[in-house]
Ligand binder design. Structure first.
Ligand code: PGA
Length: 251
């Protein structure tokens, strides 16, 4: 049985004071056998949040990383640095990184391998544009993104990767994919993982849906056969709504 994994993606939001208020307000009482709760914060808040979350049911992650350990890469942050300050997860290849910061399938692959090498759980994002959906290319396009990200990764590591399926047109727009449509793509993703490994491995991989997920629609999404959680932007910013997402996932 796969767990539910709910990850907040704070993007470029919050001041230090707002982070403290969030952490003070949040009261997580879920069963960790059933649900995992993560907030992926801006780099500058990760260390403080990880120490405040220590001993609680909240895990802290980052929103990107570099694929090298160290070197002359001004402005970048490595997986070993993230682990060093208490991060347990990292988002890789979010569509905003692909769109505005030149992230490619190749860099996504290198970062995924590097995160795994440091025991940092990668949340690898894939998803199609509206144009691709309308022209019927969704499964092909997303399947290629998954194959390129995961190629040559051994089976025993694949089970430590989370895939987030996020149709670009559903991010921050209030338009959620219908739970049937979202599930259809997540089922396809699982079949692609099975081709890269085997049925047992593919059945263990956590696949999240992302794009305008809210406390009101999470239940229906999680009822689907291949949706195991959510990557949540806007609705993860308030402690009340993040907590409501976790509670709904744990019911
Ligand atoms: P949203 O963002 O929940 O605000 O649509 C999701 C994401 O970009 O991960």
């Amino acid at each position: 049985m796969r767990k539910h994994v709910i990850a907040g993606n704070w993007k470029m939001h919050k001041t230090a004071e707002e982070v403290d208020q969030f952490m003070e307000k949040l009261q997580l009482n879920h069963d960790e056998e059933k649900t995992e709760a993560i907030i992926c914060a801006p780099f500058v808040y990760v260390k403080d949040m990880a120490s405040q979350a220590n001993g609680s049911k909240l895990h802290i992650g980052a929103q990107t990383m570099h694929f090298e350990d160290r070197g002359a890469f001004t402005g970048e942050v490595s997986a070993r640095m993230l682990v060093d300050i208490g991060a347990s997860h990292v988002i890789i290849g979010h569509s905003e990184r692909r769109m505005y910061f030149g992230e490619t399938d190749e860099s996504v692959h290198k970062k995924t391998v590097q995160a795994l090498a440091h025991h940092l759980t990668p949340i690898v994002c894939v998803g199609e544009s509206l144009e691709q959906r309308e022209s019927g290319e969704t499964n092909n396009f997303v399947g290629t993104q998954v194959t390129e990200a995961l190629k040559n990764i051994p089976k025993e590591d694949l089970v430590n990767i989370i895939i987030a399926y996020e149709p670009i047109w559903a991010i921050g727009t209030g338009k959620t994919a219908s739970s049937d449509d979202a599930n259809e793509v997540c089922t396809h993703i699982r079949s692609v993982i099975q081709e890269l490994s085997d049925e047992d491995t593919a059945s263990q991989v956590i696949i999240q849906y992302g794009g305008s997920v809210k406390p009101e629609n999470i239940k229906e999404l999680l009822e689907q056969s291949d949706i195991d959680g959510a990557l949540v932007g806007g609705a993860s910013l308030k402690a009340e709504s993040f907590q409501a997402l976790i509670e709904a996932s744990n019911a």
